[in-house]
Ligand binder design. Structure first.
Ligand code: ZN
Ligand code: ZN
Length: 361
């Protein structure tokens, strides 16, 4: 009997699929690195009613694959959210097509600040229930009643007022590598948690000005509307999020009040805003703000790892994951779904996740 036959059939199939995907992924990444033309990393979103998300999605896929665009795009009945890598010489055509799509006339585009354009290696467009999952149902609050948008300069002016509560609406791992000075932040792993925790923690400060920010602005649209729904009178949000803020700071030569790195959900996993490193390696404590996913596919934990630890642990979060990583794929399958003692996972949890109902400064 060969080793393969010991595994149930479904596990064997999964193992082979995984192997195939892994090779495919490496191949795609290699191709991206070998490209000789320039790409730009852009992002866009709009809350707009889309009647047929699947049809909309298929149309986008056809158009954008023809232009050799890569990225991660979500389409839902409530709108579209896209992070993309677009070949630079295709940008004019891309924009022409984009602006004529139903509901997307003059949609604002944000360009990444620190960018070689190699942010994605394939095009993925998914139909989702929502573009930003807030865990609420459609009529729980009116998410079109949003807070007032502030430019970088307006944000600076307001953030200096001691009576203003600046609130980071992102997840703890995003805050950890970079944030605005004096920002409060919910210790949340998802937006669904963040939006509730932020409002609950500030429930005694409804008379104060609330100033929200997130990566590109999409989460603050919902968060600001929810704050207003909960009775907060003066709710503001950073226009275009940290991405647009970074562009404004550069253009207007302002001093950045954002320190560290802006975490982004693509291959780059972040762009430095003021060159400072404010986080540390979860394994040795050295100053570091490079996130990585554990190389053991079963774990895949997102954590911060310095170059030294990366080579010691071969990209794994723990020696236990490293052991599994070295097994042949069919052996790895035996560990799939099993609860093993992820050293770093519990360490990360203790490090950056506090009591669920608190907001940290
Ligand atoms: Zn380290
Ligand atoms: Zn791991």
């Amino acid at each position: 009997m060969t080793r393969f036959n010991i595994l149930p059939h479904f596990l064997l199939t999964t193992a082979m699929t995984l192997l195939h995907n892994r090779i495919n992924k490496e191949e795609l990444k290699r191709k991206l690195q070998e490209e000789t033309f320039t790409r730009r990393t852009i992002s866009l979103y709009r809350y707009v009613e889309i009647d047929d998300p699947q049809g909309y999605r298929d149309d986008l896929y056809q158009k954008w694959s023809a232009l050799n665009c890569f990225g991660r795009i979500y389409v839902a009945r409530e709108g579209i959210n896209a992070q993309m890598s677009v070949p630079e010489d295709q940008i004019p055509l891309f924009l022409d097509q984009l602006y004529t799509l139903p509901g997307l006339k003059d949609i604002p585009i944000k360009y990444a600040i620190e960018d070689d354009g190699k942010s994605f290696y394939k095009l993925t467009i998914k139909v989702r229930d929502k573009i930003v999952a807030d865990g609420f149902s459609h009529d729980d609050y009116d998410f079109t009643r949003v807070g007032e948008h502030l430019s970088a300069q307006e944000f600076h002016k307001m953030a200096d007022d001691p009576d203003v509560q600046v609130v980071d609406m992102r997840n703890h791992y995003e805050y950890e590598v970079g944030h605005f000075e004096n920002a409060k932040h919910p210790d949340a792993g998802t937006f669904k948690e963040a939006i509730r925790m932020a409002v609950d923690s500030l429930s005694n400060e409804k008379d104060k000005k609330i100033l929200l920010y997130c990566t590109g602005g999409i989460r603050c649209e919902k968060a600001s509307a929810y704050f207003k729904h909960k009775g907060f009178q003066q709710v503001y949000q950073l226009h275009g999020g940290i991405i647009e803020y970074a562009q404004q700071v550069k253009k207007l030569k302002l001093e950045s009040k954002f320190t560290g790195k802006n975490f982004v959900f693509d291959e780059r996993l972040g762009e430095s805003i003021n060159g400072k490193v404010i986080a540390s390696c979860h394994q040795c404590g050295e100053a570091c703000d490079k996130h990585t996913n554990c190389a053991n596919d079963d774990c895949h934990q997102l954590f911060i790892q310095c170059d030294t630890c990366r080579s010691t642990y071969e990209g794994c979060c723990s020696s236990e994951c490293q052991d599994i990583f070295h097994l042949p794929p069919e052996e790895q399958m035996k560990y799939r779904g099993l609860k093993h003692n992820h050293y770093s996972r519990s360490k990360i949890y203790n490090r950056i996740a506090g009591p669920k109902d608190s907001i940290r400064s």
